[in-house]
Design a protein around this ligand. Structure first.
Ligand code: GLY
Length: 358
């Protein structure tokens, strides 16, 4: 079991990582909230697997508990489901002193997190992420959001949880594709901040050899994110490095209506494309690109996703890192080191177009 602390003044919280956390979540949550009632928000995939176990533990710790289950999938991360959550909270008598537990993957964490941030102008929130991607990224750092028809995560709030419980036993029920989806973010952490993590992954044979390393890997990723968030909670500077590969990754996800490629698959191809663009700018990153591609292939992640200039332009237009005519892009010249560079959007489009014609 490992514990990290996100050191934000007045809003510090722990991330606990290890095996068996679901069945002891009640006592751990009791230690961080004065709530009497807990609303557990989860989706139709996770409910049959873990809801009972979590509710039993919460009841044993003395909480009154009710649950809200919504249909699994990104299509649920919208204003309609959010409204359903608000109404269920109100119908079941949740009060301002109570608490919401988000039990599930990234969609659940973002949606339940935004509901907790806005219900009564904020009730306590606990994140219990059940996917690798949610454990290493979305459950940590306080970003909550819903999607609009125009794009992902366009409405949201920064709202830090009181506690994150990352139970590595949950991976037993994840498909290889969903684990690899999370591995793209793990590889991203190696690329932007930790050459030793990158090398550890290079030295492993593949997904099936990861089991003894989960705790260490998740802890390393959360430690990087924790430090970045403590420095730049509101994402106005250094936090941007966490978005390496994401601007182009979002274009790939969006171009295929979020149906064909997972987030991690988009990010994988986005990181490779970014390095290609860096090469066009004269940086010597051929060896870095080759190492990245070899590692991504080990986890069945795509190196390239076809995308039109129209789709690139649409995604960049919605990018939250864009300011006027400029966009921040993340460059990696050496594994483990990332830089944020401001670029004219038109320069980025010209580089992408150049790539298209080759
Ligand atoms: N997922 C990027 C961030 O939390 O800033």
């Amino acid at each position: 079991m490992k514990t990290l602390n996100v050191a934000l003044p007045g809003r510090a919280y722990d991330i606990v990582i290890g095996s068996g956390l679901l069945k002891e979540c009640g006592e751990r949550i009791r230690a961080v909230t004065k709530a009497e009632t807990i609303a557990v928000v989860t989706d139709s995939n996770v409910a049959p697997l873990y809801l009972q176990q979590v509710e039993n533990s919460l009841k044993a710790a003395g909480f009154a508990v009710f649950d809200v289950v919504f249909p699994a999938g990104e299509q649920s991360k919208n204003i309609k489901t959010l409204n359903m959550l608000y109404e269920r909270f109100a119908d079941r008598g949740l009060t301002r002193g109570d608490c919401v537990v988000a039990l599930g993957g990234g969609v659940t964490g973002d949606l339940a997190g935004f509901a907790a941030a806005t219900m009564f102008r904020g009730v306590d929130l606990i994140q219990i992420p059940t996917t690798l991607l949610a454990q290493v990224d979305s459950s940590v750092g306080g970003k909550t959001a819903i999607d609009l028809p125009q794009g992902k995560n366009l409405v949201g709030a920064f709202y830090q949880p009181k506690l994150v419980l990352a139970d590595t036993d949950c991976f037993r029920t994840l498909s290889a594709r969903i684990l690899c989806d999370g591995m793209a973010e793990v590889i991203k952490y190696g690329m932007i901040a930790d050459a030793a993590l990158f090398a550890l992954l290079e030295n492993l044979e593949g997904l099936e050899k990861l089991q003894p390393h989960w705790e260490e890997i998740i802890c390393t990723c959360c430690d990087i994110k924790r430090a970045v968030v403590a420095e730049d909670e509101r994402d106005t500077g250094r936090r941007g490095i966490l978005n390496f590969g994401h601007t182009l990754g979002h274009a790939y996800e969006m171009a295929y209506h979020y149906e064909t490629y997972t987030h991690g698959e988009g990010v994988a191809a986005g990181m490779v494309k970014m390095l290609e663009l860096e090469e066009k700018l004269g940086r010597d990153v051929a060896a870095v690109r080759e190492r990245l591609c070899t590692l991504l292939q080990k986890f069945d992640l795509p190196l390239e996703i076809p995308c039109s200039m129209e789709d690139y332009r649409a995604a960049v237009g919605l990018d939250k890192k864009a300011k006027g005519r400029k966009i921040s892009i993340i460059e990696v010249e050496h594994i483990g080191q990332a830089e944020i560079v401001s670029m004219e959007k038109e320069t980025l489009f010209a580089l992408l177009e150049e790539g298209d014609k080759e």
